[in-house]
Ligand binder design. Structure first.
Ligand code: HEC
Length: 142
């Protein structure tokens, strides 16, 4: 196994998508599966829905095991005078903007996961973050 390959594997194992054992109220970490960088929807379902819910309402199966509530992503525009906060959302996803409610961040740093997925080529990371952001924009309630 090459060095890069080993690095990639360990990074995706550590910073992985999370799935919950809802009954036991504990979060099981699973390696982030590969998804097409062009599909915001497929990425959302694979990486975000476990906490934020299938429709973005913050009611995913892992949500009840979190200390901080997984934000309802459908009201981001509504809460920002009707304007979708595009820069804020992409910064939160990539990890440039650390949202912390009570000191420790539960929202995973996806920028690092995506970097590892693409052998540290940041152009793919930008594409993933941008397509995810546009997908979340499409979930906004009026
Ligand atoms: C392990 C559960 C979990 C997963 C998986 C997760 N999030 Fe989050 N997310 C949170 C929590 C909890 C918060 C609330 C802030 C905090 O505690 O960090 C949050 C906050 C956010 C915010 C900030 C909203 C605001 O008002 O500032 C955005 C945007 C977001 N998540 C998008 C995503 C996207 C996109 C994905 C998938 C790529 C994702 N999240 C995956 C738990 C998660």
């Amino acid at each position: 196994m090459s060095f890069r390959c080993a690095l990639l594997l360990s990074a995706t194992m550590v910073l992985s998508a999370l799935a919950a054992l809802a009954q036991k109220k504990e979060i099981k970490q699973v390696p982030a599966p590969y998804t097409p960088p062009t599909s915001g929807k497929e990425m959302y379902v694979a990486y975000c829905a476990s906490c934020h819910g299938k429709e973005g309402k913050g009611d995913g199966p892992a949500a009840s095991a979190l200390k901080a509530p997984a934000t309802d992503l459908t009201t981001l525009a509504k809460q920002n005078n009707g304007k979708f906060p595009i820069l804020h959302v992409s910064a939160v996803i990539s990890g440039e903007h650390m949202t912390t409610v009570h000191g420790s961040r539960e929202m995973p740093v996806w920028g690092n996961v995506f970097l590892a997925m693409h052998g540290h080529d940041s152009r793919w990371v930008q594409m993933r973050v941008s397509n995810l952001t546009h997908y979340i924009e499409s979930l906004q309630v009026k």
